[in-house]
Design a protein around this ligand. Structure first.
Ligand code: QV4
Ligand code: CA
Length: 511
């Protein structure tokens, strides 16, 4: 009996670390600013067949409409109520998306903005996505409802009421981040309103939440809210499934708040991952790919089973948040594909793919003054994600997740899931290779000269299709081939001047 109790306690505790993806699906994709109708289609036509586990969606709750600048993407991080209407669609469309994605085994994770409401300077009126009234000056949000005493101003100790230094943990949690009205999360009333919002989403069928600004909430307050959450909807999930929790804590070291304070609640974003990987692949600060041999905890990252990893996110791909100049994005496509390829081949962490839109960048003093620009739109109405005959996206949607190199590495990760990192090789510089047990093998050449060498792959003998330069289609390979001998070795040649200087093979790409 004691043993059973212990097991069930561990069971409860473990559940919020699981993304509840279907068996054999290991990665999630952030479809940033996509409309619900497009996500529903994408789940059915692409994500399920290609083995994606789930989608992080933009905040679905009512937000402030901002006209200056004109409809920035970041208006969605200024809540007005927890009603489900935004530029991505209305409640009916949201429900339809969740149902259709779940029906094809693709999970939906909601970006839940629960630390604050809109900015203090928002004025008053009904300029909000469902038309709810608000008054930022008086801190009135009747659409929830919240009123002045539901905010943190009494607790914040700075004269301005703003978060002024990240060296003081209390200030980080209790003061206004960028002037955003900070909710009093110690109040049971506020916790209940937030839990009601999240439970409504759970009823609809979402599998979990990204909790942005987790650094700005006390871990204990987050836990108290999580304790009020229901189990997942049994139409799609086994009984007793807890929602997946992903906390956004930017911890690059040297601040009062650290990631480890949040491990008890769920996974945490590992921001060092993208910052360091970008530095290595760019070969900045004397870094080289050979140093990636002990990538992961060996680089001072959090434990793998607590880490959500990504090369870039919606903030740092445009200079918001943290990570800095080293972050690789679709704008640096060649290096980006290598970075995402490395991430997906490497066993560390739960992987998230970024899927973006293009905007017109304009630099002044090294800052992109256009980093506010919202999704492709006609007069504020978000454009459809159109699909070109070659399967890429139109209307300025980048769809990195559809780039064949990235899509095929998502499949690679599914195939090698659970296998240890094996057969590491490097040339002491920027040519590296490693395997995942006897399931897959990958080789990179990020040096300024060619790679030509025989390597132990650990794979069964045979001819394999390189899934970076092509695909295995009807038993044939549209790209280059790799011949693995009876002893598991193979000859690899990678020119430094090709668009994609890396090669990946796995057991399902054997011809
Ligand atoms: C401005 C002034 C303030 C002033 C305020 C007065 O800058 O000094 O006090 O007006 O009203 C926008 C504007 C910002 C403005 C603020 C309030 O950019 O200039 O303040 O609104 O009106 C996104 C954007 C922010 C944006 C915010 C709300 O990145 O620029 O602010 O949405 O619209 C830290 C955090 C981390 C955070 C990261 C960006 O630790 O948690 O910064 N990341 C998450 C989200 C992110 C989002 C928020 C948090 C806020 O991923 O997208 O910020 O919800 O590292
Ligand atoms: Ca706070």
């Amino acid at each position: 009996m004691k043993f059973f109790l212990l097991l069930s306690a561990i069971g409860l505790c473990w559940a919020q670390y699981s993304p509840h993806t279907e068996q054999g699906r290991t990665s999630i994709v952030h479809l940033f600013e996509w409309r619900w109708v497009d996500i529903a289609e994408e789940c059915e036509r692409y994500l399920a067949p290609k083995g994606f586990g789930g989608v992080q969606v933009s905040p679905p709750n009512e937000n402030l409409i901002i006209h200056n600048p004109s409809r920035p993407w970041w208006e969605r991080y200024q809540p007005i109520s927890y009603k489900l209407c935004t530029r991505s669609g209305n409640e009916a469309e949201f429900r339809d998306m969740v149902t259709r994605c779940n029906n094809v085994g693709v999970r939906i994770y909601v970006d839940a903005v629960i630390n604050h409401m809109c900015g203090e300077g928002a004025g008053s009126g009904t300029s909000s996505t469902c038309g709810s009234y608000y008054n930022a000056q008086n801190k009135e949000f009747p659409g929830v409802p919240y009123s002045a005493w539901d905010f943190n101003d009494g607790k914040c100790k700075t004269a301005s009421g703003h978060l002024e230094t990240y060296n003081d943990a209390a200030q980080v949690r209790d003061c206004r981040l960028s002037g955003l009205l900070d909710l009093a999360l110690e109040k049971d009333y506020v916790r209940t309103k937030i839990a009601d919002y999240l439970n409504n989403l759970i009823d609809i069928g979402v599998a979990g939440f990204r909790l942005g600004t987790s650094k700005h909430m006390w871990p204990g307050d987050i836990k108290a809210i999580l304790d009020k959450l229901q189990n997942l909807n049994m139409s799609w999930f086994p009984a007793e499934s807890k929602p997946f929790i992903l906390q956004e804590v930017i911890d690059l070291g040297g601040e009062a708040v650290s990631s480890s304070e949040y491990f008890e609640n769920g996974l945490v974003t590992e921001f060092k991952y993208g910052a360091k990987l970008g530095t290595v692949i760019r070969k900045w600060n004397g870094e080289k790919m050979a140093y990636l041999k002990n990538w992961g905890e060996g680089w001072g990252f959090m434990p793998s089973d607590r880490a959500l990893v990504f090369v870039d996110n919606h903030d740092n791909q445009r200079g918001h948040g943290a990570g800095g100049a080293s972050i690789l994005t679709f704008w640096d496509a060649r290096l980006y594909k290598m970075a995402v390829g490395f991430m997906l081949a490497h066993p560390y962490g739960l992987t998230r793919i970024m899927s973006s839109y293009r905007w017109e960048r304009y630099y002044e003093n090294k800052n992109d003054v256009n980093s506010w620009i919202g999704p492709p739109n006609d007069n504020g109405v978000t454009k459809e994600v159109t699909i070109n005959p070659d399967t890429t996206c139109g209307n300025d949607w980048v769809c990195e997740h559809r780039w064949h190199q990235i899509r095929n590495m998502v499949a690679f990760r599914n195939i090698v899931d659970g296998q240890a990192l094996t057969n590491w090789w490097d040339n002491g510089s920027n040519q590296v290779a490693f395997g995942r047990g006897n399931k897959g093998f990958i080789v990179f050449n990020n040096d300024a000269w060619s790679l030509s060498t025989i390597l132990q792959t650990g794979l069964p003998p045979g001819t394999y299709c390189d899934v970076i330069s092509g695909d295995k289609v009807d038993g044939y390979c549209t790209g280059s081939q790799v011949h693995v001998s009876c002893d598991g070795t193979a000859q690899f040649s990678i020119s430094n001047s090709v668009e994609d200087p890396f090669v990946a093979i796995h057991v399902e790409a054997r011809l």
